[in-house]
Design a protein around this ligand. Structure first.
Ligand SMILES: *[C@@H]1O[C@H](CO)[C@@H](O)[C@H](O)[C@H]1NC(C)=O
Ligand SMILES: *[C@@H]1O[C@H](CO)[C@@H](O)[C@H](O)[C@H]1NC(C)=O
Ligand SMILES: *[C@@H]1O[C@H](CO)[C@@H](O)[C@H](O)[C@H]1NC(C)=O
Ligand SMILES: *[C@@H]1O[C@H](CO)[C@@H](O)[C@H](O)[C@H]1NC(C)=O
Length: 707
């Protein structure tokens, strides 16, 4: 059954038949041959058979062994040991017989040289805080990079410490009410207020702080004992800072390090991650007013007073920024009928330390999907469209590998990419999570109904997801993984899936294979589930004759966004343009869905049907690009998508957490609080018009007709 499923007319070996039969047979053969040459619309049932084989080829042992190999040593981007990890991934693809290639970029990365934090007491005694997460075993011998913030400026900061909770605008306001000012001080921040790391540092600088110490709380029940320190980037924006908007190729143009455009991406004051244990030592020493009750309730046990001082802290960070070569690895499975349509499955490979969760749980899963797709190919399968496996480098420094590649291939991607399917940390704990652009919602639901739930007998993943998490699909406004360049810059429909909301050894030296099997996925069942969903999404997008993209879901989601938005605005601002364009999108979506149904029902495929499907598919693929705007989001022009994208961390009113869409409108609302009524109204209304026009463009693309 499995051999040559796509070419049933090829294997004809029979005894010499009678003449009439031969004639009829010849006719049939001609017809079949004619069909197979001219009518590329295959029987979709064959594809479904292969999808079944895909599901039944799942194994946990392969994924476990890939993960063990990938995490055998640290592999920070741009370092020598990372070359071995690159080779491992490349060799895996090659051994499967897949067309494999590597694309290198030369980009500005950042590494630590030296760091120290000392406490100076009034009685003259000095105490150096331990910065080594692993106690006696040194970083030099393990190859683990010491905790640091990539792109932090080098420098020394001395001053009294103030505890600023999460370091949000609200937190500084609370301190202000207590008469506490951080000017000339060092702030101690507890990670987790929803602000991006770099934004926390920027906020502290604006408030006059000289430096930032940041810590993450441990979770003993999940194998984190307070010694880990969370590495991470503090750079603004994404991609190589020396080549903003274009690809950082070997001998290409790059800005000078001293260029203002480069410098403004880096924070103005030094910062350093601390372990929870070290942070507690500082917290204990603080005098000054009592911390607000809610900070103490949710915060660390040894928090009592917020400072400043009386203890003086002296902290020094010395780092180097240098050009380093990074490598993206690709494996390509050419589409048989539509080789110029791309379905991309991507995951980054570089890790701060061993990367068992972040990101190699995703890498191991990607490698296993490649294994299973290769198995299907040996059984005669070829995808209709081209599938591309992408293994990105330097994501941890700010999505650099994927961003440079998207910038390099922007025109081809905008013209030909059907969807980008991202997995970063495949498994960090319990509970399935999905983020996506809304036209992919239905497909995600359908696919999760076909995959076994890893955490209970006899339930589908969809069943578990619904019970545990209401099968809620999030939207991809955040800039936290490699979908960002694809969606926010190139307008490619995108998905991001994972197990577990977060994990306590994030970016620490304890993100190891042992942590994974002890605390997150002992039998690799959740990995298998992610592989099932991810791989099946890829197969449907690559094989379905009509692309499984439903824009009615998009229109409904936009309608909800509009309703939420209206609750933040007064009657002086009109949402009518938005309402009208959403209506247009809904009606175009309905027409497209009806057309898809009609085309799917046709019994015989012919040239005309193939062309009609191709035309419809192009409209479905291109509609998402309509949400892009040439000018981008004000102040972050690289971000072109007006529905989903980052909001600025400018002083916000309390709408902040709710508007995770329409970033331009959100920013306008936040920034216009200081303006007069008329100016404010005009600024917000302008952003509403821009979004309305973007939705209209999407509707027009979906209709595929000129006005
Ligand atoms: C100085 O004060 C600190 C904090 O109160 C204390 O831990 C340390 O033992 C004192 N050192 C001396 C020499 O008294
Ligand atoms: C602060 O630390 C730096 C680097 O270790 C050192 O050079 C400097 O003398 C220290 N300052 C004080 C007041 O101890
Ligand atoms: C989803 O599941 C996670 C982990 O079990 C839980 O923390 C979270 O509250 C759930 N969210 C919803 C919306 O049910
Ligand atoms: C794979 O799953 C089986 C059944 O749950 C389990 O016995 C086995 O230990 C798992 N293998 C690995 C490597 O986790």
């Amino acid at each position: 059954m499995t051999q040559n499923l796509t070419k049933p007319n090829n294997s004809l070996t029979s005894k010499p038949p009678p003449p009439l039969c031969t004639f009829l047979f010849f006719i049939i053969l001609c017809i079949l041959g004619f069909y197979s040459v001219h009518y590329p619309t295959r029987n979709p049932k064959n594809a479904l058979l292969f999808h079944q084989i895909f599901l039944s080829s799942a194994t946990n042992s392969t994924i476990a062994s890939y993960l063990r190999s990938l995490t055998s040593h640290p592999h920070l981007a741009g370092t020598k040991p990372s070359l071995e990890t690159i080779r491992y991934v490349k060799t895996h693809f090659e051994n499967l017989g897949l067309e494999t290639h590597t694309v290198a970029f030369k980009t500005l990365l950042s590494y630590p040289l030296h760091a120290s934090v000392s406490m100076h007491f009034n009685n003259g005694s000095v105490f150096s805080l331990p910065l080594n997460e692993m106690g006696t075993s040194s970083y030099a011998s393990s190859g683990v990079v010491q905790p640091y913030h990539a792109y932090s400026p080098s420098g020394t900061a001395q001053g009294k410490v103030v505890f600023v909770n999460h370091g949000t605008e609200d937190d500084y306001r609370a301190l202000g009410l207590m008469g506490v000012n951080v000017n000339g001080c060092i702030v101690l921040v507890r990670k987790g207020g929803g602000l991006y790391r770099g934004a926390v540092v920027e906020m502290a600088r604006k408030k006059g702080a000289l430096g930032v110490l940041m810590y993450t709380e441990g979770d003993v029940s999940r194998g984190s004992f307070g010694f880990g320190a969370e590495r991470g980037t503090v750079m603004k924006e994404v991609g190589d800072p020396l080549t903003p908007g274009w690809a950082g190729v070997e001998d290409g143009e790059r800005l000078e390090l001293e260029d203002n455009k480069v410098l403004e991406r880096f924070p103005g004051i030094p910062s350093l991650p601390l372990s929870f244990e070290s942070a507690q030592v500082i917290l204990e020493s603080l005098g000054g007013p009592l911390a607000p009750q809610e900070w103490r309730d949710s915060g660390p046990s040894r928090l009592s007073r917020v400072g400043p001082g009386p203890v003086m802290v002296n902290f020094t960070y010395q780092g180097e920024k240098k050009l380093a070569t990074i490598h993206n690895v690709f494996a390509v499975i050419r589409g048989l009928e539509e080789p110029d349509r791309y379905v991309l499955l991507g995951n980054h490979r570089d890790a701060w330390t061993y990367g068992a969760v972040d990101p190699n749980s995703g890498t191991a899963t990607l490698l296993d999907i490649a294994r299973r797709y290769a198995l299907l190919m040996r059984k005669g399968w070829n995808p209709r469209r081209t599938i591309i496996f992408c293994s990105w480098d330097a994501e941890e420094f700010g999505m650099i590998g994927s961003t440079e590649w998207v910038e390099q291939n922007l025109l081809n991607l905008r013209a030909k990419a059907v969807a980008y399917l991202n997995v970063d940390c495949a498994v960090q704990g319990p509970g399935f999570f999905a983020g996506a652009t809304p036209q992919l919602d239905n497909l995600i639901f359908e696919v999760t109904k076909k995959v076994n739930g890893p955490d209970s007998e006899a339930a589908t993943l969809y069943g578990e997801w619904t019970t545990m998490n209401g099968s809620n699909i999030e939207r991809l406004s955040g800039v936290y993984s490699d979908f960002a360049p694809f969606l926010h810059h190139a307008g490619v429909p995108s998905v991001d899936i994972y197990y577990g909301r977060d994990f306590p050894v994030y970016h620490t030296a304890f993100d190891t294979f042992n942590w994974m099997i002890n605390y997150a996925d002992p039998f690799f069942r959740r990995h298998v589930a992610v592989a099932g969903v991810w791989g099946l999404l890829g197969l449907h997008l690559a094989d379905d004759p009509v692309l499984p993209l439903n824009y009615l879901s998009y229109a409904e989601q936009l309608q909800e966004h509009k309703d939420v938005l209206s609750s933040f605005l007064d009657a002086s601002i009109s949402l009518t343009p938005l309402a009208t364009s959403i209506q247009e999108l809904a009606s175009a979506a309905k027409r497209a869905n009806d057309e898809a149904k009609r085309l799917m029902k046709q019994e015989f495929s012919d040239d005309l049907l193939a062309l009609k499907m191709r035309a419809l598919n192009d409209r479905l693929m291109l509609a998402e690009r309509g949400f892009l705007d040439t000018d981008g989001i004000k102040g972050k022009e690289w971000f072109k998508h007006l529905i989903y994208g980052p909001r600025s961390s400018a002083p916000h009113s309390n709408h902040e957490s709710k508007l995770v869409f329409f970033p331009g409108i959100s920013d306008a609302i936040a920034e216009s609080t200081r303006m007069g009524q008329r100016e404010r109204q005009a600024a917000i209304q302008h952003e509403i018009w821009r979004v309305a026009r973007a939705i209209q463009r999407a509707a027009d693309a979906l209709k595929g007709e000129l006005t």
